[in-house]
Design a binder for this molecule. Sequence first.
Ligand code: ATP
Ligand code: MG
Length: 293
Amino acid sequence: MQLLKDSNHLLEKRGEEQQGLIKKLHEAQNQLLQSEKLASIGQLAAGVAHEINNPVGFINSNIGSLERYLKNLFVILDAYEKAEAQGTECAAVKTLKEQLDYAYLKEDVVSLIEETRDGVARVKKIVQDLKDFSHVDEAEWQWADLHKGLDSTLNVVNNEIKYKAEVVKEYGELPPVECLPSQLNQVFMNLLVNAAHAIAERGTITLRTGGVGEEVWVEVADTGSGIAPENMKRIFDPFFTTKPVGKGTGLGLSLSYGIVQKHHGRIEVQSEQGRGTTFRITLPVRQAEAAAA
Ligand SMILES: Nc1ncnc2c1ncn2[C@@H]1O[C@H](COP(=O)(O)OP(=O)(O)OP(=O)(O)O)[C@@H](O)[C@H]1O
Ligand SMILES: [Mg+2]
């Protein structure tokens, strides 16, 4: 009897220990999910920094040239003023204009200003896309235009994609969808980056959308490597990755799966090795009262 009691006690204790371990595992998994998020934000930031750095670079150098040109312009103007005051011939001014290459200056000032304005517009657009992508000020359920989300996400990950793939948009008609836009953008980002990674040299990524009744769908199709049949069951598992260490954490699709579930939607995949992969997300247009509360 005592023996039974003892082993019961032991079992209970084991059970408690296991509960504790499971809890710790959950905590560790949450922490990892968090760090994956940070890692992808870091990746994103690097891409955006690159995109911004380029126009800022030539804006900076243009401003340098413009400054020089303006100084020369004032030198020429001063000479004119002097000649005017003395009522003399303008021969000195003429030489000065030649020395300072006034003809070229006149042309170049216009194109420098045009180019600079273009650069500033580019930076402005990137910042706007980033704002749209992250919805920094709104992390709530709201009615959103998924095409806008797709477009701003596309611009943000453009860096990862542009050397690999041509992006084709086949957008259908979409009503506003009740969703967490920043989280859906995260899903679009994961799918787009995966598609780009699957393409070895050069390929196509097609974005299709459409609506049927009370549901909408978004497809991300690539002409990449495809997924091996034996991996199909595992791609949504946390930490499942076929990418080399340091390249993938294997959390992109499992996070995406969680986000789509939260929206009461589903995510499906079709793939053929050597031909490509299509991910399709289907979402309800409106959330049931309790869900969106
Ligand atoms: N479009 C795709 N084409 C081919 N294989 C894919 C595609 N999308 C996902 N996979 C496979 O699914 C695996 C898991 O994808 P997931 O996005 O979860 O992780 P990952 O891309 O490896 O790493 P990360 O955490 O950086 O996203 C990938 O390693 C890859 O093998
Ligand atoms: Mg991924």
